[in-house]
Design a protein around this ligand. Structure first.
Ligand code: M6R
Length: 600
């Protein structure tokens, strides 16, 4: 969470920083700030709320070619102007922005900063005060910065300005993402390349516990002991138009509509010239060598992991367990003898998953990351990566990444099945083409679903999604989508489980959305719907051809039974979108959330 940017060059730094922060707002939007340096000193502007609020307080007449910026998701201290970054040392010599959590900040404060008055409630302020203290002891800025970082426990991506040398930015990283962007006479820093595509598409990665001393002409990477390191740069294959909304009112709607293209893109990327599955031999071996697969994920990616378990077990006959990362981290079950860990993460940065990955590597087990961001932390640190090719997902509510993850897992499962000689009558590349076509009907069916949102969800306090088998997992995802963007209390339930307690919550008018795509349980779920209707529920039924009834609100075109979640989630996404819209919620940036969850 939190996004940071920095710029040193010849153009107007404040506008570049503000535009960069707008691209990073998905990482947190409680407050924002920038610090710019010019011949008269370092000027800090910060404000509670969004970047738009920050723009209002920035002095546009102040010129500068150097600066740093931050958009915050609060961890230590309430969202406020006081706690917004940048933070300054008591002497005002040093100014800092930070993304991460400093776990030992209380201890460091007691040990090194007795008598130093802290202004904010943040853990970040400790960093800038330590640099100031160590520089007063006679260390150069770089030495003080390296000493400070070597004392920190926790995560940080941080950038520092020194008022006595306003032509250098010092940056450091541990666990939180940070990139250096390189151009002619200009260098930039960013939590995510998207923020600085406006300046360059050439980037350099920084490893954990490294610093970079950035000037206009150089970006010198060093270890915390001062040893210099040479690092290659790469060209980011990102198109800045991918991160624009175009004519869409919200990123979420754009990303929902992109799903057919994403699935077709995945088919192309995973198909060889003979129309067979194209997958690295070593990934195939890692899967087929495993006696059990452990899928680790969070949130929406966890829901796709539940579907992934079904796909791999049914298709490749390999046992799979799917776990919530934050639970697995502190409560690891008894592992099998030859496990393979699969980490599913849109961002590739989720801290809970990274914690598990670190433990798994220590135990010597192989790890595969399925992610939308190949250069991300989870991708770099795992042994293997599968790319979901969904393009940048900006809306906090994940949509296209979820369907892309399941598509890739279907391909992985069939590849493994063929490698071990399991006979299967399922061609995922062909069937995914049918899925992409089926998804397209929702671009035309939006009015029906908008009406469902209006009728069922515009005033209700709660809602239930019920399904069985694979549909149950999609219901969990539908409920998460609805609650995170519309703030309606929503739960996804296994239809058969309702009568064991939860049915007590059904009262006159309670919206219940039923899903039926699985022929073998379609009558059972209809029976469960009757039970809630008998108790006053307001029912909405979404079904698939082959399971449909005349009175169903939405009937989707049939797709292979393994792949139904890729299609049936779309009406859930669209209903959630309109429910949030009708209730006046901020669809792309729901309250209290951030896109990339880089704290545990
Ligand atoms: O980037 P990740 O896939 O690891 O993120 C995991 C969750 O934080 C994420 O899916 C979250 O649940 C979404 N906001 C849901 O829409």
């Amino acid at each position: 969470m939190c996004g940071i940017v920095g710029y040193i060059g010849t153009a107007d730094a404040k506008e570049i920083l503000l535009r960069g922060l707008e691209k990073l707002e998905y990482r947190g939007y409680d407050s924002a700030g920038i610090a710019i340096a010019n011949e008269s000193g370092i000027h800090v502007y910060k404000e509670k709320g969004r970047i738009a609020a920050l723009r209002d307080v920035v002095d546009t007449s102040e010129e500068s070619e150097v600066g740093i910026g931050h958009t915050r998701w609060a961890t230590h201290g309430v969202p406020s102007q006081l706690n917004a970054h940048p933070h300054q040392s008591t002497t005002s010599r040093f100014t800092i922005v930070h993304n991460g959590v400093i776990e030992n900040y209380e201890q460091l404060r007691r040990e090194y900063l007795e008598g130093v008055e802290m202004v904010s409630d943040t853990d970040t302020e400790i960093i800038v005060q330590l640099v100031d203290t160590f520089s007063k002891d006679g260390l150069s800025t770089e030495e003080a910065f390296r000493k400070t970082l070597s004392l920190l426990e926790g995560s940080y991506a941080t950038a520092l300005l020194d008022n006595t040398d306003r032509d250098t930015i010092y940056v450091g990283k541990n666990k939180s993402p940070l990139l250096i962007g390189l151009a002619d006479g200009v260098n930039v820093i960013a939590s995510d390349a998207m923020a600085m595509l406006q300046v360059t598409n050439e980037f350099m990665e920084i490893e954990d516990k490294e610093i970079v001393v950035v000037t206009r002409e150089t970006a010198q990477v060093k270890k915390l002991d001062g040893q210099e390191i040479s690092r290659d740069s790469y060209i980011a294959e990102l198109d800045s138009t991918d991160i624009e909304k175009g004519t869409y009112p919200h990123y979420m709607l754009k990303e929902i509509d992109e799903q057919p293209f994403v699935i077709r893109n995945i088919i192309t990327k995973y198909k060889d010239e003979n129309e067979n599955i194209k997958l690295d031999e070593e990934i195939r071996s890692a899967v087929t060598d495993a006696d059990r697969i452990y899928i680790i994920a969070a949130g929406t990616s966890y829901h796709s992991g539940l579907v992934g378990k079904e796909l791999i077990e049914k298709i490749a006959h390999i046992p799979v367990e799917t776990h919530i990362a934050s639970e697995f981290l502190y409560n690891m079950p008894l592992l099998s003898k030859k496990p393979l860990f699969i980490f599913i993460s849109q961002s590739g940065e989720t801290a809970d998953l990274r914690g598990v990955l670190v433990n798994v590597k220590e135990l010597g087990h192989p790890a595969l990351t399925i992610t939308n961001v190949p250069g991300s932390t989870l991708s770099r640190e795992a042994d293997y990566t599968l790319h979901t090719h969904a393009g940048p997902e900006i809306a906090v509510a994940s949509t296209k990444a979820y369907t892309a993850q399941m598509a890739v897992m279907a391909i992985l499962a069939v590849d493994a099945a063929r490698a071990v000689g399991v006979e299967i009558d399922f061609d995922p590349l062909q069937e995914l083409g049918i899925v992409a076509n089926a998804m397209e009907i929702f671009t035309e069916k939006k009015e029906v679903l908008e009406e469902v949102a209006r009728e069922f969800l515009s005033v209700s306090r709660n809602a239930f999604f019920i399904g069985r088998s694979l549909d149950y997992y999609v219901c969990m995802e539908g409920a998460l989508k609805l609650k995170e963007i519309s703030y309606i209390q929503a739960e996804g339930f296994a239809g058969g489980e309702l009568k064991h307690g939860t049915i007590a919550l059904i009262e006159e008018g309670t919206p219940v959305i039923g899903l039926a795509t699985q022929k073998d349980v379609s009558l059972n779920i209809r029976g469960n719907m009757k039970e809630v209707v008998a108790r006053g529920a307001n029912p909405c039924f979404i079904s698939m051809e082959g399971c449909e009834h005349e009175e169903d609100t939405v009937v989707m075109p049939a797709v292979h039974e393994y792949l139904t979640p890729l299609v049936s989630v779309l009406p859930m996404q669209i209903i959630s979108y309109y429910a949030a819209l009708h209730r006046g919620c901020d669809v792309d940036k729901p309250r209290n959330l951030a896109k990339s969850v880089t704290v545990e």
